[in-house]
Design a protein around this ligand. Sequence first.
Ligand SMILES: *[C@@H]1O[C@H](CO)[C@@H](O)[C@H](O)[C@H]1NC(C)=O
Ligand SMILES: *[C@@H]1O[C@H](CO)[C@@H](O)[C@H](O)[C@H]1NC(C)=O
Ligand SMILES: *[C@@H]1O[C@H](CO)[C@@H](O)[C@H](O)[C@H]1NC(C)=O
Length: 250
Amino acid sequence: MMHPPVGIIGSIVLLAIPFVVGHNHGPNHLAARHEHGHQYTMHGPVIADPTLSINGIPFSTRAHWMRVANAALAELESPCSFSAFATAIVNHTAPGLGELVCIGVNANSKTGNPTLHGEIAAITNCTAVMTDPDGPFRFTPSKAQAAFKQLSLYTNAESCPMCASAIRWSGFREYIYGTSIDALIEQGWGQIRIPSISVFEQSFDLPTQARLIGGLLTNETDPLFFWQFNPDFPCPEGCARVSGTCKPST
Ligand SMILES: *[C@@H]1O[C@H](CO)[C@@H](O)[C@H](O)[C@H]1NC(C)=O
Ligand SMILES: *[C@@H]1O[C@H](CO)[C@@H](O)[C@H](O)[C@H]1NC(C)=O
Ligand SMILES: *[C@@H]1O[C@H](CO)[C@@H](O)[C@H](O)[C@H]1NC(C)=O
């Protein structure tokens, strides 16, 4: 008659273990965040896991468009672009995968215009594409301006505050980035240290809202940015080291 209570105690102990682990995990997790200030992480406020189906769009579709942004480098410049910042602007109102409206890559050195980051180049290109009298859209300027409300901007690295502001001024429905500003800084890039989410947080007076999705497909975007200041990091596919820098290998 003494055994059943022991069994019950044993079960209680066993049941308690996951609870204790869970209990310890929670506060430690929060403590890690508090070290970086309030509920903020180093990257700013907590953001959603980019593999979730946010706005009904599955990760596989998001990954497809991030790969289109990455591929814009080879298409418009080189697979080993030093400033490997690339953007694809997509209409997810169209069914299935959605439709590409335009692409753009950092065009500072190509044009001499220092503000032509990938996002600005793409926004400029989409405006031209949508208002082109011989193009697929033939929108009036006011229709093009309004059309941005339906569009999603995919960029392979988190936008600088200039571009994050341009994204909010444009009225995009969604903004999706790969590699974070923190990761760029860690890898030697000069950056203005204002995360996009801080720009978004302060944009509440504007007439539209944009969904921010960060850290999408970083396993494929990070390698485009991690070789420039690290001679030991492998070059992107199709490229090889030539006197310290990555050049097309073909
Ligand atoms: C986006 O797709 C919708 C639905 O197909 C279409 O009505 C709209 O004109 C498209 N906008 C742009 C800018 O492609
Ligand atoms: C603009 O986007 C179109 C459509 O994706 C692309 O074919 C074209 O090369 C882009 N132009 C520039 C200057 O990026
Ligand atoms: C990157 O990760 C995603 C899953 O998050 C996976 O589907 C994809 O194949 C990975 N890419 C490479 C090149 O391994």
